[in-house]
Design a protein around this ligand. Structure first.
Ligand code: MF3
Ligand code: CO
Ligand code: CO
Length: 251
């Protein structure tokens, strides 16, 4: 049914290399997260670092026409925010930076939240729950569990915390292509009984809203906001299924 979802040793080595670079980018950019810096400036710093320091390529740039090297999504922006020179970070904002690296023809994809200045209680709590939902899902990964266990864990936890899960976007296989099979849903779907196998590589990237799960695509064709303009948070890692469990390739 699915093609290329089990990776070979050399492929895994290359995805690991891309993963290390992607996590280096998020670490590098953290000290620039201050009030008044623009998202355009943050994107330029990431772009230059990826090209010149890491000799890698920012896979978002030009992907289906996306114009920038990273996605930067603030507050009610769920995902795919387009960095620009007008938008400044403000005290209390919650900001997701999503970085996808291509190195030696292989990809890795990761994102995390940054809290600008003094966070709000809700902003901090939402980011905590989004992070923990990803961590709980990663913990259950091992060969021969059903793929729908991932969404089940995330949904159980997030709904207990009275937040909601965006349904339109999911995790994805990753390798020579940025988005590969299988799709990894972040909510329970009883029909998806496909079993995880050793040496699969995929992302998990739950988008968690403080209000309703509904979203709206803006007129730029990329920016996705919560329909009710409530806050949204997301964390993403690229994961390898190992013999006994999993390894996070973007730590
Ligand atoms: N990095 C996103 C993901 O997690 C996809 C961004 S596509 C882009 O799958 F074109 F907006 F960059
Ligand atoms: Co992804
Ligand atoms: Co991503």
């Amino acid at each position: 049914m699915y093609k290329n979802i089990i990776k070979e040793k050399l492929e895994i080595k290359k995805i690991k290399k891309a993963g290390k670079i992607a996590s280096n980018v998020l670490k590098m950019i953290s000290e620039y997260i201050v009030p008044n810096i623009t998202t355009g400036e943050l994107d330029r710093i990431c772009h230059d670092y990826i090209i010149h320091e890491e000799k890698a390529f920012p896979a978002c740039l030009g992907y289906n026409g996306f114009p920038k090297s990273t996605c930067i999504s603030i507050n009610d922006v769920v995902c795919h925010g387009i960095p620009n020179d007008k938008q400044k970070l403000k005290n209390g904002d919650i900001v997701n930076i999503d970085v996808t690296i291509m190195k030696n023809s292989y990809h890795a994809d990761t994102s995390k939240m940054f809290l600008v200045g003094k966070p709000t209680i809700l902003g901090k709590r939402l980011c905590y729950v989004a992070k923990k939902s990803l961590d709980l899902a990663i913990k259950i990964i091992k060969p021969n569990i059903s793929i729908n266990e991932i969404g089940k864990v995330i949904q159980n936890y997030v709904e207990k915390k009275d937040f909601s899960i965006v349904q339109e976007y999911c995790g994805h296989g990753i390798g020579q292509k940025f988005h590969e099979d299988p799709q990894i849903l972040h909510y329970y779907n009883e029909n998806n009984k496909f079993l995880l196998k050793e040496n699969m590589t995929f992302t998990i990237e739950p988008m968690i809203n403080a209000g309703s799960h509904e979203i709206k695509l803006m007129r730029d064709g990329w920016t996705v906001k919560t329909k009710d303009r409530s806050l949204s948070a997301q964390y993403e890692h690229t994961i390898l299924v190992t013999k006994k469990g999993s390894e996070i390739l973007t730590l």
